[in-house]
Design a protein around this ligand. Sequence first.
Ligand SMILES: NC(=O)c1ccc[n+]([C@@H]2O[C@H](COP(=O)([O-])OP(=O)(O)OC[C@H]3O[C@@H](n4cnc5c(N)ncnc54)[C@H](OP(=O)(O)O)[C@@H]3O)[C@@H](O)[C@H]2O)c1
Length: 340
Amino acid sequence: MRDPRSILITGASSGIGAALAWAYAAPRTRLALCGRDAARLATVVNLCRERGAEVMEACLDITEAAAVAAWIVNVDHASPLELVIANAGVQGGLWRDGAGETLDELHRVMEVNFGGVSNTVHPVLPAMRRRGRGQVALISSLAALRGIPFSSGYCASKAAVRIYGEALRSWLAPEGIGVSVVLPGFVETRLSQTVSGPKPLMLLPERAANIIRRGLARGRRQIAFPYPLYLGMQLMRALPPALVDGSLCLRISCNHPESRFSSAVPTPSHAPRDRPQLRMAHWTASPGLLILRQERYRRRQSLNTRGSLSGSKAIWIATRQTPYTPSSMTFQARSLGDNG
Ligand SMILES: NC(=O)c1ccc[n+]([C@@H]2O[C@H](COP(=O)([O-])OP(=O)(O)OC[C@H]3O[C@@H](n4cnc5c(N)ncnc54)[C@H](OP(=O)(O)O)[C@@H]3O)[C@@H](O)[C@H]2O)c1
């Protein structure tokens, strides 16, 4: 849809969702934004209002289906929704002593990433179908194209979103409803800070939001970026699994104190003092080709400016404490009390 005037975005309190809200904010545009963190959401809402948009916000957990449905129906009643962007999502649990994700973490990732998307899309479809128009965008990930060993739950949840979107698209297209599946690569956000290791071709959220917005305006069915990384993932899908599995055989030994979803998150003083050695696949993208090569990383003393890998304590600091302050979208958010 070229110029939607009534837009709902979930997970708008941070990262890609916040950048999308900012990108769409304009006079005569009504935005419905949600997130869980009231302070961060309020900052985004204020920025959008300053740009002239009318904003309805809600602090809610996307996994609470009844509350999400009630809010969406209410928003649609006040201002019939033209575009719904199901964006809210979380990264999977980090590895502890090579143990992988716990079952609870796996369920939680599926519940937020796939459950949250379906909780968002489902309530709006009856109204859009009645009107015979509307557009829905589901934020999946390039990780939906091929399972990556260090985030199995995340990849599975994003693959579910992709397939769900593809199925909806074929079903709803004849009724005048466009469904776009968005597959971003690395974007510099709070979420990507929790991923250790190299993040090739990482984009700023503003750039990602512009690519998504442009793709949606053109009615693209799939919006995948950056293109070299997308080609690399497609190449991995095309190659024989035995070959790819071998290259992806990552061994991560990291004494991470707790994963993101644990209820017993330790204080910084509890962070481990040992110096885990991590062996990670180093992804290097060149035009049209993703080269995987294994490389050793030793713990460094401090985080570099992009918050990349420097040991388990640094990862802990990055995931629990480092405020997210990327470039222009959050230029006014520095005063924000970050509780992430
Ligand atoms: N960053 C990347 O490299 C990357 C790559 C591919 C795909 N993606 C996808 O892009 C989407 C946005 O991620 P991001 O990178 O912008 O991360 P982010 O900065 O951490 O933003 C995630 C957003 O989702 C919201 N959220 C998370 N759990 C929620 C819940 N249970 N209920 C309601 N809202 C919830 C967060 O709200 P609160 O903070 O207020 O809880 C936040 O607004 C995700 O679906 C992610 O999987 C990201």
